[in-house]
Each structure stands twice: as C-alpha cells, then as structure tokens.
Design a protein around this ligand. Sequence first.
Ligand SMILES: [Zn+2]
Length: 247
Amino acid sequence: MDEDLSYRDTAIRALGADRHDTAADSYARAAYAELAGLQGRRRDVYDPETATWVGYPLGAFFLAAVCHRVDGADDRARNRAGQGIMVAGDHRDHLLDDPVAEAACHEWVGDFRTVAGDDDKARAAYDRAESGYEEAAPDDPVSWTTEPLLQAGTDTVLQLSRPDDVQWDDLHGSAPQQALTHRVRFKRSRLASMVAKRVDDGKLHAPRGSTEYGVGQFKCPDCGSSDVNYVADTVLCLRCDTPVDGR
Ligand SMILES: [Zn+2]
C-alpha cells in the first residue's frame, strides 16, 4: 500500500484495478479515519458545530457496502450498511439539531437500507426523510444541497451512477423549492436499480475527478479511449477506469 495515499484514494486505485474487495476495505478505513478527523476534510464530526461533515464518512461506508455487493459479499455489505445506519442515527438524535439535517440522516438510512437490500425499510426511511424535509420547509432548499451532509450524498450517487453519469439536476429536479423532496423521490425510485446495475456489471467506477477529452498523449491500453480522469493522484481512463500512462 502506498503510505502517502489516503484510504479513499487507495480505494479508488483499487477500483481502477477491479479489486472490489480491497476497495471495500479501503473505503471502510476511510470512513473510520474521516470519523476520527484524521483524513479527508479533517473536521471534528463530534463537534455539533461541524457535525454535518459526517456526510463524508457516511458516503465512504455506503461505497464500501456497494463494493462488497459487487464482490458478492452481501453479508459484509450488510455490516457496512449497519455501521452507517448507527452513525447516521447517532448524529440525527444527538449531534445535529436542524430539522433539515435530521431529515438528511433519515435519507442516509434509506440509502444504507437500499444497499443492504432491505427495500421496505428503505422506503420507510425515505418517507421519513421526505416528510422531514417538507415539515422543515427551509427557505433555500438548494443551498442545503451543498451542506456536507447532503453534498457527500450527491457525490456518492454520482459515483454510483457512472458510467451513465446522473447529473445534479436529475437528482434535484428543476423546481428549486422541491430540490430536497425531489432528491428523496429520485432515490426511493432509482437507487436500488442503480446498485443492482453495478452488481450486474461487476463494477463500481471511480468517481469523476477532473476530466479531459481526446488527450493526444493518452490512449487507454484496454479500450483505446483518449478521455481521461485525473483522480486519486493518478490518471485513469474516463470510460473504463484502466490506469493510463502518458505514452
Ligand atoms: Zn479504457
């Protein structure tokens, strides 16, 4: 293992090598390190002032669970989902006090129930999230989507959607006042099939870093594409995640 690389970047490198078992464990390590404030954004997620940053470790638990599902280790996927549910519930009940943030924790529980395959419980959690957002009725729902608790969830869904690349607008819709409830409805109807698609394809793709198209000096050794993804301090093929050299 490259000692200078964060656990999250190590996970992404493992995805580039189609090692979903390794990626799952690295995402779990990322979750623990980020909960401890030692990696990633290095925020104290147990300080009520910065508790919303817990979104990122929650996202890491979710991606760990997806990787285990892709690897056929459904029991381990369920363990990671369970850990995420406990962290989200603890934050909801003890650290976050804004009703929008509390609804976002219900949304995370819905995501974890989904990846664990508990569809009924996922629906119930999403219903609680939707009514929580409706009752909270924030003045500017769109600005809430950039709070770490929600931004991390957006990042996670976008990565899960690759290579189809769901966009922010797909997730939040075109009516700003309904951005949060649209987000829940999108997940309630689509997230399970997005997970199933990754399992069927046997691949979770790396997240999009900065991308460049038709780069002359790069050619993917696997699929021949010259579209590249600069992520995890390396260069991956944007299409199939194979590491590409500058040849
Ligand atoms: Zn390729």
